[in-house]
Unconditional design. Sequence first.
Length: 432
Amino acid sequence: MPAIVLVGAQWGDEGKGKATDLLGDQVDYVVKFNGGNNAGHTVVIPTPNGPEKYALHLLPSGILTPGVVPVIGNGVVIDPEVLFAELDGLDARGVDTSNLIVSSNAHLIATYNRTIDKVVERFLGSRRIGTTGRGIGPTYADKMNRIGIRVQDLFDEKILFQKVEGALDQKNHLLVKVYNRRAIPTEAVVEELLGYVDRLRPLVADTALLLEQAMGDGKIVLLEGGQATLLDVDHGTYPFVTSSNATAGGACTGAGIAPMRIERVIAVVKAYVSRVGEGPFPTELLDEDGERLRLNGHEFGTTTGRPRRCGWYDAVIARYAARINGVTDFVLTKLDVLTGWEQIPVCVAYDVGGVRHDEMPMTQTDFHHARPVLEYFPGWDEDISGARSFDDLPPQAQGYVRALEKMSGAPFSAIGVGPGRDEIIQLRPLVG
Ligand code: GDP
Ligand code: IMO
Ligand code: MG
């Protein structure tokens, strides 16, 4: 049976958590394949006592669906303190987390990497990336530098000590001599990490093997991406990106799944665009429209609480996401947030120094200078949060959606009209 990939099409916070939750009861496994607790997914679940809101960071959003096996894949970087705090938080709310499986090959975020993330950002000053400060970049850098600490290292105390000592050998020079900080003793790091061993051991498995066996047995695997296409370290707006592959290709390496297993690639795309942190953003609105999008859409970071930068829908980005990820289905989210505008601008192409670009410019310099070529679509005033079929939408909202779909490079299969699980218009099935 197949694997399905779900990724973000823009700069994150498109509503991937809600989309995963929507698919939860149609899949057997949900695998997080990249990133760590830089992600923040808000999922709103209906209960007899009213809607319950969950904010997930490190755990796959599928953990909220009873019966699903949530998996943290090898491509993820794990802060063990956050892992157990998040599990405890869910346990306290009655969510069964006992099925969770963690890859033995996933890397661990050690305290020194959190420290380095923060001091480097401070050191960069105006050239900062605006990271989440969770140690993500330094941990992936260690992985590539082959000085990372993996989950399996916790099970061999001697190796763990050697590895931490090796990593700190370089880092302490940097911390003391360049960043004017105190050296971090190996013993303290090892001791902290060993404190997690007993709780971690029963969760750890060869997840790639397990997933292959599960698919062989007819199970359906959903590969859930953190971050998004334009935050991908290879395909995003480098250097203003995260340090992992958040695009569909990253799902294969980050979960250990063969490309031919993937049958469907779903990209979640917001009806406008938001971005947290620094970096270019052609349709960004610094005026009252931007403020209105932020307020109507509650665009404040789930992870850091930072206000998200907001702008109009950018079809160049959507087409790029469709191409890089091989998108078979878009899930359009937050259409309801656009209610109340007389007309809604959409970026259909860029103007770079007088030259029209229908595709992403080849260089970052051109992307920095890209000015949106806007087309205007009539808006609507009706509350659309109760719409459950396309025909329930006012004609202007239908026109807006159809226009976006035409210019975005793949069919729209669902449309979000509110944060709740049922606030969605399903146009065609996303699984099967
Ligand atoms: P993720 O990181 O991609 O999972 O997205 P976030 O959870 O960070 O941000 C998306 C926010 O939008 C969350 O607060 C969701 O509850 C909310 N949301 C998702 N879909 C919709 C929608 O269709 N309409 C509205 N109004 N809110 C939505
Ligand atoms: P979800 O999964 C939005 C951004 C940070 C920063 C850059 C690098 O909720 O969509 P990092 O800490 O990863 O090294 O920061 O990436 N960023 C996100 N922005 N949503 C996210 O995740 C993000 N994860 C990282 O703001 O600009
Ligand atoms: Mg988010």
